[in-house]
Structures are given as structure tokens and as C-alpha cells.
Design a protein around this ligand. Structure first.
Ligand code: IPM
Ligand code: MG
Length: 390
């Protein structure tokens, strides 16, 4: 038998460090204040961060539309916009950081952020193994709720996915290690505070929006402790919302049921740990027209960030198709931004314009290539539609 003492000691030391970090996070969560009251702020500062790949192109269109929707408030000084550069993969590699310090300081100076996709290095792709900028930002700003709406009006689908955003497989996703050359481990994390806060935001949304059903999605039959605790904590919150029906699904059967046209329209709110939320939200968005059409809100107590649900599409850039990227993901994210900072009427108007452009009138189609409209042409179409509504 090989003597593994040294490997085991090293692994235990690393594991201890991970646990210390997570315990510190629990203490931070316990000490956290309430959600920002945007109405009480003298100015709401919106940071526009283009990211890389197709990010800057689609973010530009969304920022243009947002500035138009908020122009009177920009004039009165209630809303300000700043551009935040430097979240490109080149700059992140040069700084050796998921988010360079100066970019982080700028992000933290904002109240809300509109963020384009960013390229995520992956083991074996030749790039340094820096953490995903998305994940780093969600953690650094403690954006614990990732809210991803999907609708397909002609099928009666209207889902809102609440993905826990700071825990699960993502909490220490880049801190796994090789114990020996044969044995590798990664970790998944659940905390009482983390599950409670995502469940509250999901049930609150359901109550305020007349939704009658919340479906909890885990693999608690296999991942018994962390997913089991997640379920237990969600049920505790569910008990505070007796008018809402709660049901449980395993992630595998949920992915199957979402392709069942007879069953899928019955789902309303899905509440899931991070990794299942990541996977199922891409599947869900596909029914709406693809990930390019879906945006999301990343909500924390102090900060909020709005982005596409997809990545930076480096292949589109390599193939010279970036100008044909679909801005709808970022435009849908902008709807959520407007609603979050307290301008629900404007959010409704933008959502209406997007519904007209993408589900009803459909004067322009985005195909991701020269067979369809460019990102800018589509942005113009949305602007024209908005003007006709105002
Ligand atoms: C998402 C994306 C990210 C994630 C990637 C780009 C890190 O897939 O927002 O769903 O895995 O969360
Ligand atoms: Mg994803």
C-alpha cells in the first residue's frame, strides 16, 4: 500500500482553507443589511460593461435603448451612466485576475450594472486558469439570485427560473484539487442562509405576481446533504406562503418534462441550486428562440447586475459574424434592470416592444449570420417600435 500521508495532509490543509472561506461567507451573510432602496438614492449610477466576444456589440444596443428609456432621468440627474472597460479576456489575462482591481473598484462604485458576456477560460484551452469573470462578479458583489424569465406566448409558457447564484458547485468551483495524480475532487456548498434568501426572493416574486406554483429542482436523492438541505430550507420558506403550491422534481426528470408540450406549460416558478439552474435555464431558453433571446437579473442586497444568460460566442467573432449577434438577451436584461430600479412602467413598455418585435410583428429576424438582420438593425427596429408606443 502506497503511503498517502503527505497527499492527505496537503488535501486536508486545502480543504480546511476552503471551509474557513465558506464559514466567513456565512458570517458575512448573517451580517448583511436590507435591499437597496433605489427611490431613496439621490442618483442611480448604472455601469455599462461590454465584456468581450460579442459582448460589446450587444451591450451597446441595450445601453442605447436604456438611455432612451431613461433620458428624462438622465437630464434631471437622477440616473447616470458610466462605461466600464477592461473586462476583456486579454486584460484579465494580463492582470492575472478574474476581475482586475480597477474594474472591480468601478463596478463597486455603481448601483446597478449592465454587463455583456465575458469569455471564460477552461482547463486545456491554453489560457491561464483564471476564474470566470461572471462567477467572480456574482461572488464579489454577492449577487445571490439569478432570475431568468422565459416565455413562449403561443404555447402558454411563462416560466421564471430562480437560480441560486453564489453556492452549489460554483462556490468553490475553481478551488478543487488533485489529491494524488489519480484522485481529483471538487466541492459543492450549501448554506442555510444561502438557501433561505434565494427561496424568499422566489416565493416573494410568486406572491407578488399571482403565480400559484413553485417547483423545487434538485438531485436530493443522490446529492443527499447539500441538495437535501436546500430542499429542507426551501420548504421552510414555502410554509410562509400557504397560498402557493410547492412541488419537488429531480433535475433529470425536469429536463425531460420541459420538452413535454403537455406538461411544460404548467410550470410557473422553478427554484434550483446553481448548477441545475445554469443547465435548465439554457434548455428553457431554447424554447423561446435560443439563449441569445434570454436575459437575466443577478440580484444582491446592495448591488444588482443584468446580463445575457449566454457566453461571449467567440466562434461568431472568429467567423466574422459578430455584427449579426442577437441583442435580445441584453434587451430582456434591460427590462429587468428598469423594473429593479423602480421604473416598472418603463420596463413594461420595453417588454411590450420586444414582444412585438420578436413574437408578433417580427419584421426583422436575427439568424446569427448574414441571412438575417444585424444587431444594430434590430436595435433600430426596437427603438422605432418603442417610439410608436410612447
Ligand atoms: C451563465 C453562464 C455562466 C455560468 C458562465 C459563462 C460562467 O453559463 O450565466 O449561465 O456558468 O454561470
Ligand atoms: Mg449558463
Amino acid at each position: 500500500m502506497i503511503d498517502y500521508t503527505k497527499n492527505l495532509d496537503e488535501a486536508c490543509a486545502k480543504f480546511r482553507k476552503i471551509l474557513e472561506g465558506q464559514l466567513k461567507r456565512v458570517e458575512d451573510m448573517k451580517a448583511q443589511g436590507d435591499f437597496t432602496d433605489y427611490a431613496a438614492l439621490e442618483t442611480i449610477k448604472i455601469g455599462v460593461c461590454g465584456g468581450d466576444g460579442i459582448g460589446p456589440i450587444i451591450t451597446k444596443e441595450a445601453a442605447r435603448v436604456l438611455k432612451f428609456m431613461l433620458s428624462d432621468l438622465v437630464d434631471s440627474g437622477k440616473v447616470t451612466f458610466i462605461d466600464i472597460d477592461g473586462l476583456t479576456i486579454e486584460n484579465r489575462i494580463a492582470c492575472g485576475k478574474a476581475i482586475p482591481d480597477d474594474v472591480m473598484a468601478e463596478l463597486k462604485s455603481c448601483d446597478v450594472i449592465l454587463k455583456g458576456p465575458t469569455t471564460t477560460p477552461q482547463k486545456g484551452d491554453g489560457m491561464p486558469n483564471i476564474e470566470s469573470a461572471n462567477v467572480a462578479m456574482r461572488k464579489a458583489l454577492d449577487l445571490f439570485a439569478n432570475i431568468r424569465p422565459v416565455k413562449v406566448p403561443e404555447e402558454g409558457i411563462n416560466w421564471c427560473i430562480f437560480r441560486e447564484n453564489t453556492e452549489g458547485g460554483y462556490a468553490v468551483g475553481s478551488s478543487g484539487f488533485n489529491v494524488t495524480e489519480d484522485l481529483a475532487v471538487d466541492f459543492t456548498v450549501t448554506t442555510k442562509q444561502g438557501s433561505d434568501r434565494i427561496a424568499r426572493i422566489a416565493y416573494d416574486y410568486a406572491r407578488k405576481n399571482g403565480r400559484t406554483r413553485v417547483s423545487l429542482v434538485t438531485k436530493a436523492n443522490i446529492i443527499k446533504t447539500t441538495d437535501g438541505n436546500f430542499l429542507e430550507d426551501c420548504h421552510k420558506v414555502a410554509a410562509l406562503y400557504p397560498e402557493i403550491t410547492t412541488d419537488e422534481w429531480y433535475a433529470d426528470i425536469m429536463t425531460a418534462k420541459l420538452v413535454d408540450p403537455k406538461r411544460r406549460k404548467d410550470f410557473q416558478v422553478l427554484l434550483l441550486p446553481n448548477l441545475y439552474g445554469d443547465i435548465i435555464s439554457d434548455e428553457a431558453a431554447e424554447f423561446q428562440g435560443g439563449v441569445g433571446t434570454a436575459g437575466c437579473a443577478n440580484i444582491g442586497k446592495k448591488y444588482a447586475m443584468f446580463e445575457a444568460i449566454h457566453g461571449s460566442a467567440p466562434r461568431m467573432v472568429r467567423e466574422g459574424r459578430a455584427i449579426y449577434a442577437d441583442p435580445c438577451s441584453m434587451l430582456r436584461a434591460s427590462v429587468m434592470l428598469l423594473s429593479h430600479i423602480g421604473y416598472q412602467d418603463r420596463a413594461d413598455k420595453l417588454e411590450r416592444a420586444l414582444d412585438i418585435c420578436t413574437f408578433e410583428e417580427k419584421k426583422l429576424a436575427i439568424t446569427g449570420r448574414d441571412t438575417g438582420a444585424t444587431c444594430e438593425e434590430f436595435g433600430n427596429y426596437v427603438m422605432e417600435t418603442l417610439r410608436s408606443l410612447i
